[in-house]
Design a protein around this ligand. Structure first.
Ligand SMILES: Cc1cc2nc3c(=O)[nH]c(=O)nc-3n(C[C@H](O)[C@H](O)[C@H](O)COP(=O)(O)OP(=O)(O)OC[C@H]3O[C@@H](n4cnc5c(N)ncnc54)[C@H](O)[C@@H]3O)c2cc1C
Length: 545
């Protein structure tokens, strides 16, 4: 039976004494002095000012190198240091640009002690990856971090920010702002959920982040949700190089490594490929509605658990052979197999209004965006198979469809042309869209008739551009990969091209261009590559048994 609290109290006291002795020892060994300057004002946040004094007094009993001077907010020093709020605590202003607006109370006590250790020892404790990012920083960052004494997540983010400010005092300044002591600032920055971090007045993080994510958000001045470690290696040996970090490439990476291969994914641009530019995806199984960027983050984080990703570098050359040598803008890879998952882009009309209204009525994918136009007037631009198919798809969904084609007859197959006629879909022949109109959303188009030389306005809420795709086949062409008459990569049923060791997957192969189909092809290709590598016939053109 536990006695009346006595033993527990004794244990607690012993633990406190031990912790204090340890803190005293660590504070005692600090090589640097830490002069603190506290600015206060009678009648303004007095409870916070008194709390700040008490916390600092308690610390100073253990830390002889910590000193405190206090001034009124009206003192010259406040003006020279740009201090306008009381209480404000400056940490060693000769060395750092770090200040605390409020008092380090509650959960924030821990942050305060960590701050003193970092400054006292002159060590930020940042990871190697974070240091690499900060080394490259070449312009100032002014961090405002909103915290509250009752927020258990705040110290983590505050320590991230402190580490950055201690590491690069030449460029990084930090204000830790207690939301309760600073309601006006909190209102101005709408910091109603803490921790919330701004840098140069841009919101860079909501909630606590892993250190590297915070540092890369700080560097990029926008919230990052994926961190990919930098890799300095000039040459990397691997089993598989996947060119392209869209759905096909990312899925192939997951499948390849799960099969036991070493795989890398190289992406020249934004990870996620076309999905990164898609506002909303509504046809990815399991996710009723998801932002394109959010879906990319999910896929990239998943792929990162398996494959190494090399973002921001372009594959510029592939030399087939054993090994295949892949040259990027940053390094060389020696590999057994290459998977080309380079994707395709929709052809654009290049008409005024098209780029501005993309995602606001201008679309390139009826399968993706069609359901948004049920019962609405839409225009399909194009005269080939895909324009006819998209027109029929939208018609069946219940949109009021008109087709606009620049020639005098359709290029689509006769059967599709007949279906258009049966569906009574009007076609404007010899007509070019010369402008897409609307301020926030599409309201119509202006057509130019090349026969009559007349222009006319046609009202519409949606414009679907179906004038073809541009597959990314430059690399494939360069190494002699055979293409289809439409310009896509020609491959066999195991995603092998005519060049040994070179496979393909996704939109670059033509066919249906959807996220699920690209992901499906990526998985098929990775499994075929694995089978090909363990099968003695893989170098030849025969299908494995
Ligand atoms: C606006 C828009 C909306 C869409 N909406 C939907 C939708 O709602 N639902 C749906 O299912 N599909 C949608 N799609 C189609 C879907 O995004 C594509 O089918 C899919 O992304 C194809 O995947 P992929 O991996 O084959 O190619 P991509 O996504 O095109 O990725 C290929 C990647 O390869 C990279 N690359 C190319 N060459 C190199 C090189 N030399 N070195 C390094 N990297 C290289 C590119 O930068 C690119 O990131 C949409 C497409 C667009 C443009």
């Amino acid at each position: 039976m536990v006695e009346t609290g006595q033993p527990r109290e004794r244990i607690q006291q012993a633990v406190t004494e031990q912790a204090q002795a340890r803190l005293r020892e660590l504070f005692g060994k600090m090589p640097h002095e830490i002069p603190l300057i506290l600015f206060t004002r009678p009648g303004k946040n007095e409870a916070y000012s008194e709390a700040a004094r008490q916390v600092i007094r308690a610390i100073r009993e253990m830390a002889p190198k910590v000193s405190l001077r206090e001034f009124d907010l009206g003192h010259d020093l406040a003006q020279t240091n740009g201090v306008t709020q009381a209480p404000t605590l400056l940490f060693d202003p000769g060395r750092f640009k770090i200040r605390w607006l409020g008092a380090p109370l509650g959960e924030e006590g821990q942050t305060f002690v960590e701050a003193l250790f970092m400054m006292g020892y002159g060590l930020s404790g940042l990871s190697e990856q974070s240091l690499k990012i900060l080394e490259k920083l070449d312009s100032p960052r002014e961090i405002k971090l909103f915290v509250s004494p009752t927020c258990p997540y705040c110290p983590h983010q505050a320590v991230n920010a402190l580490k950055a400010a201690v590491e690069r005092p030449d460029l990084i300044s930090l204000e830790i702002i207690d939301i309760q002591a600073n309601p006006e600032l909190t209102e101005r920055y709408a910091a109603h959920g803490v921790p919330m971090a701004y840098a140069n007045d841009q919101l860079i993080a909501q909630g606590a982040q892993p250190e590297e994510l915070f540092i890369s958000s700080l560097e990029k001045l926008e919230q990052q949700s994926v961190f990919i470690p930098d890799n300095d290696a000039e040459e990397v040996e691997t089993d598989l190089v996947i060119v392209g970090g869209g759905p096909a490439g990312l899925t192939a990476g997951i499948y390849a490594v799960r099969s036991g291969l070493k795989a890398v994914i190289v992406e020249r641009d934004a990870l996620g490929g076309q999905v990164a530019t898609t506002p909303v995806v509504e046809n990815y199984p399991g996710l009723t509605q998801v932002g394109g960027k959010a879906l990319v983050d999910i896929m990239v984080n998943h792929a990162l658990q398996y494959a190494n990703i090399f973002p921001g570098e372009e594959v510029v050359d592939i030399q087939p052979g054993e090994p295949i040598v892949v040259t990027t803008t940053r390094r060389r890879f020696k590999t057994k197999v290459v998977l080309l998952a380079t994707g395709a882009t929709y052809r654009h009309l290049e008409a005024p209004g098209e780029a501005r209204l993309a995602g606001a009525g201008v679309s390139y994918c009826a399968t993706c965006d069609g359901p948004l136009f049920v019962g609405k007037k839409v225009i399909i631009v194009g005269g080939g198979d895909s324009a006819a198919t998209e027109a029929l798809h939208l018609h069946h969904l219940g949109a009021k469809v008109t087709l606009v084609h620049r020639r005098d007859k359709l290029r689509a197959q006769a059967r599709l042309a007949q279906s258009l006629a049966e569906a009574k879909i009007p076609v404007f022949f010899n007509s070019r869209v010369v402008e897409i109109k609307g301020s926030d959303r599409v309201t119509g188009v202006t057509l130019f008739n090349s026969r009559t030389k007349e222009t006319m306005d046609l009202p519409a809420e949606g414009v679907f551009i179906a004038i073809g795709y541009q597959p990314a086949v430059d690399l494939a062409r360069k190494i002699g990969v055979e293409l289809t008459p439409d310009g896509y990569i020609k491959r066999d049923d195991r995603h092998r091209t005519n060049v040994p060791g070179i496979y393909s997957a996704g939109d670059v192969e033509g066919g249906y261009k959807q996220i699920v189909t690209a992901a499906g092809q990526g998985s098929e290709a990775a499994l075929a590559i694995f089978e090909g590598l363990v099968n003695p016939y893989w170098k030849g053109r025969e299908s494995p048994a």
